[in-house]
Design a protein around this ligand. Sequence first.
Ligand code: SF4
Length: 307
Amino acid sequence: MKYIDEFRDGVLARGVAAAIAKESRSAREYRLMEFCGGHTHAISRYGIADLLPANVRMIHGPGCPVCVLPIGFETTTPPTAVAVRQAAAEGLSNFSILCNHVLTPAAMHAILAGGVDIDGFVGPAHVSTVIGYAPYEVFATDYLKPVVIAGFEPLDVMQAILMLIRQINDGRAQVENEFTRAVTREGNAKAQALVTEVFELRQSFEWRGLGTVPSSALKLRPAYAAFDAELRFDVPYVAVADNKACECAAILRGQKRPQECAIFGTVCSPDNPVGSCMVSSEGACAAYYTYGRFRGQSASEIQSRVR
Ligand code: SF4
């Protein structure tokens, strides 16, 4: 299938892996965060981590729990805007939304401001088709962190890792676009205009693993208040604490790996998810569990493999 098969070519993948091995410097560690659950999924599903040298470490960003919970990044915001506008045009009285759309660059700011030790980002794929890659330029100029926008196929991710390693080796911090077949600097102007017409910024929003992040989410503009479930219904915000054993927050900050959670694969599994990273196949813990081939094993077998 065009745009799929050529990005899953094993021979090409081995060539990129060889280039990564050759160009990464053994004297240093490369800590690279993939922001999106789609990248986390590709890394686990295609065994990309196994193709990387030990000093090239992938850190799973906050995208996975966001994408699997009833929340949406910039990718899903334009369709919501279309639905709200249509509801207004038809004068519907039985339609409302509880808006939890969040913003990727704000979360990246929070990650860097929180002091997470990262050398560069594999930047969002689908989000960037909407917002373009210009909004990430601040991370290169102000934080001196390279960003490479990458698609979700395995060769996209591997090429982005190689591009990041080259930037880091050169002492460069730029936004580069590996996903040229879908992303431009400016993004989708029509979708952006729709979102601006229907939504405005929230002062703050609480993210799993990141805490409260200012200006990181959207709400409906007053002109569309008739469709705002927060105004129409009594739906007070209820904070739900993570299970005390759950290490999702540390995993999303790159401080721990899924298998370092005491209940990974035993109490917490895709059939019985305890934390947000296990809820869907794109969560970091679910991806590790599924593609680490733990499925079907007993608790004691899993414990012996992850300890
Ligand atoms: S294995 Fe489950 S409980 Fe542990 S960090 Fe992952 S989601 Fe949380």
